[in-house]
Design a protein around this ligand. Structure first.
Ligand code: FES
Ligand code: FES
Length: 162
């Protein structure tokens, strides 16, 4: 069967089996920022944004994404042009081994896109499904809080109210 989706703004068509999982389709196509951790929907390493919501791609059949708009961590930013969340994760020391980081960046980005002024509790809630074995989350929450402030400034400047 065919799967038609937009990935990071690019229209893509895949030949898939009905039982293919979205994580495999993405990784096979080179989106290796989407990590495989548990494969059971428990760790958040495979998070992507599908039609505005952060979802775990390891428990989603690829066919369920038909017609959808997917953002992977590669579409959020890159080392040369990092997003505010990516920059603050680095600057605030929210990265140790780094395995959880793409998923955390995806979850935080989906949150800020939907709710540009999240409280700390809302940030914690958004990261509920992302497991990090290294950091204890403190630096990561701090990084996302700083990214919210940075995004607010950028938005204010755009609107002429900064
Ligand atoms: S690999 Fe998907 S939630 Fe862990
Ligand atoms: S930085 Fe190692 S799992 Fe999060």
């Amino acid at each position: 069967m065919k799967l038609n989706v937009a990935i990071n703004g690019e229209a893509k068509e895949f030949d898939i089996h009905p039982k293919d999982m979205l994580l495999d389709v993405l990784r096979d196509d080179g989106y290796t920022g989407v990590k495989r951790g548990c494969s059971t929907g428990d760790c958040g390493a495979c998070a992507i944004i599908l039609d505005g919501k952060a979802v775990n791609s390891c428990i989603l059949f690829a066919a369920q994404a038909e017609g959808g708009k997917i953002t992977t961590v590669e579409g959020i930013g890159n080392p040369k042009v990092p997003s505010p969340v990516q920059r603050e994760m680095t600057d605030a020391g929210g990265i140790q081994c780094g395995f959880c980081v793409p998923g955390i960046v995806v979850s935080a980005t989906a949150l800020i896109d939907e709710n540009p002024e999240p409280t700390e509790d809302e940030i914690r809630e958004a990261l509920d499904g992302n497991l990090c074995r290294c950091t204890g989350y403190v630096k990561q929450i701090e990084a996302i809080t700083l990214a919210v402030k940075e995004t607010r400034k950028t938005r204010g400047a755009r609107l002429g109210v900064a």
